[in-house]
Design a protein around this ligand. Sequence first.
Ligand code: 2DT
Length: 212
Amino acid sequence: RACNIESRGALIVLEGLDRCGKTSQSSRLVSYMEGLGHSVELLRFPDRTTNVGQMISAYLLNQSELDDHTIHLLFSANRWEKRSMMETKLKAGTTLIVDRYSYSGVAFSSAKGVDLEWCKAPEIGLLAPDLVLYLDMRPEKAAERGGYGDERYEHLEFQKKVAQCYQILHDPSWKMVDACQPMEDVQKQLQEIVLDHVLACQKGKPLSLLWS
Ligand code: 2DT
């Protein structure tokens, strides 16, 4: 439709603790939007396929040791290396569903004791999401779910600290979804919220930048 030529895609981020269902819900959202005929792509951070991403992956797998600030900046660099691709796709009308973003970056590093404002600084100027969906689940509950893997951050005591940091970061614009509900119910709620936001972006809501 002619009136849609300049409409952009929406930048939609899913956040939450390990095992809260982010990854399954992200890919289900992509299928749902595709089914409705939208142009949509799935991204995830860290993107382990790049050179920076491989350093991050080795760190998470406990195959390398890095200073907390160093790894924080690598996670941020991993987003910066995708920034222009993301902007191009959004402007071309593709909605991006993103599994973790800057909020994971800040929550996980500040949970280790790194200063919160310092953590936010390298994220300034990245694209701000149009919508942050927080899949809310108590760390104890998430831990019961099929158990954690063997990666660096996957243990209950640390996840409790991450949950506190997410609480400090979260603002009223975030949509909190109770991730303890049956998967189908979570999915339905996410679908409704996402559709609303995709339509708002098509109507000309401008892209904005972090950190605001
Ligand atoms: P996955 O299991 O989702 O691959 O997450 N993390 C993630 C950070 O510490 N900083 C970041 O900027 C991002 C995006 C969260 C890998 C782990 O990496 C953490 C879990």
